[in-house]
Design a protein around this ligand. Structure first.
Ligand code: NAP
Ligand code: ZN
Ligand code: ZN
Length: 349
């Protein structure tokens, strides 16, 4: 077993606090990483607060990690000690079912092993713990290569916010000539704007926060609609594709109305309550879709593209002891646009 230090929630209502714990013994196909940076995803907050109702405690959150490899197993040939590596939301899967064969491990029929809160496949006595910590043990097939040209602090959020927005934009073939809406300007939303703009689409941000309009334009949006303005929402029409990244209960019907015939509303946000929609989507053949992160192969493609096109997240770097305040600020929409923890500060904590 490997000793680790982290920040954990011990119940759904407790603040995150330092914890010492053990990771599983690394095997011949495993890497051990010394973690450098970890992003704070809204999913970490949903999970730490048990908003989805299935959290296991204590839990060390974090699934947007970048680190340096400190040891490799004897059967590892694709990474060596000293290399940088990334870890996202997935650390293992059955590898045999149809989704796994299709490189969509996130939909594994046997249940994907998540970065935190899952029973480890290689040691079922151990529950995986996330990246707000000093180190990580991961199977080499689930580690990502980090383009050397990019600032590592801004790379960490690509491992979840990046792939979660990249994957549906690619699946729905977004490109020049497409009119794309992004709902919500947070961690996911700001990556969605960057990617949709890079793919050549005309991008509109729908936001509840008028104060974010100027930032949206500099991130690559072509226009901004304040979603509280009912007249502006009624005037929003003929969108090919809208990506909804909202983390809380909200009305999706205005976005369905804004789609053109055959248009798609894709949900990636995971509010803890049910979203209702009117059957009026029947009248113009509209589609409601969903999308969960992305597979390992696709995540690597996204990282390579970011390396070639110099795309990273806009981040606020924090010390580990600021993590509880950061959680509150994410919930109130006060982050530009992803918090990333400098894990060096955990060692001296
Ligand atoms: P975030 O940084 O908190 O951004 C969410 C944004 O949603 C906020 O910035 C805000 O944008 C908007 N919003 C919040 N409350 C709202 C409300 N009541 N009504 C309307 N808009 C509201 O969160 P995130 O890290 O981007 O994650 C977003 C959601 O995606 C979370 O639910 C998370 O769990 C989920 N997620 C899903 C996947 C997946 O694989 N599908 C992966 C990662 C995360 P404005 O201020 O611009 O309105
Ligand atoms: Zn996430
Ligand atoms: Zn599988």
């Amino acid at each position: 077993m490997i000793k680790a230090l982290g920040y954990a929630a011990s119940t759904a209502t407790s603040a995150l606090a330092p914890i010492e714990f053990e990771r599983r013994e690394p095997g011949s196909r495993d890497l051990v990483l010394e973690l450098l940076y970890c992003g704070i995803c809204h999913s970490d907050i949903h999970y730490a607060r048990n908003e989805w109702g299935y959290s296991r405690f204590p839990i060390v959150p974090g699934h947007e990690m970048v680190g340096r490899i400190t040891s490799v197993g004897s059967d590892v040939s694709n990474f060596k000690v000293g290399d940088l590596a990334g870890i996202g939301c997935l650390i293992d899967s059955c590898r045999h079912c149809a989704p796994c064969q299709d490189h969509e491990e996130q939909y594994c029929h046997k249940g994907v092993t998540m970065t935190y809160g899952s029973k480890e496949r290689k040691d079922t006595n151990v529950i995986s713990q996330g990246g707000y910590s000093t180190n990580y043990v991961v199977d080499t097939d689930f580690a990502l290569r980090i383009p050397s040209s990019l600032d590592l602090k801004g790379v960490a959020p690509l491992l979840c916010a990046g792939i979660t927005t990249w994957s549906p934009l690619r699946r729905w073939n977004i490109g020049p000539g497409d009119k794309v809406g992004v709902v919500g300007l947070g961690g996911l939303g700001h990556m969605a704007i960057k990617f949709a703009h890079a793919f050549g689409a005309d991008v509109t941000l729908f936001t509840t926060s008028a104060s974010k309009a100027a930032d949206a334009m500099s991130l690559g949006a072509d226009s901004v609609i304040i979603s509280k303005d009912t007249d502006a929402m009624k005037a929003a029409r003929e969108f090919d594709f809208i990506l909804d990244t909202v983390s809380a209960l909200h009305d999706i019907n205005p976005y369905l109305s804004a789609l053109k015939r055959n248009g798609t509303l894709c949900l990636v946000g995971l509010p803890d309550q049910q979203l209702a929609f009117k059957p009026s989507l029947v009248l113009s053949n509209k589609i409601i879709s969903g999308s969960l992160i992305g597979g390992i192969k696709e995540t690597q493609e996204m990282l390579n593209y970011c390396g070639e096109n110099n795309i990273i997240a806009d981040i606020e770097l924090i010390n580990i002891n600021e993590v509880n305040e950061a959680f509150e600020r994410v919930v109130s929409g006060d982050v530009k646009y992803r918090f990333v923890i400098d894990l060096e500060t955990l060692k001296n904590n």
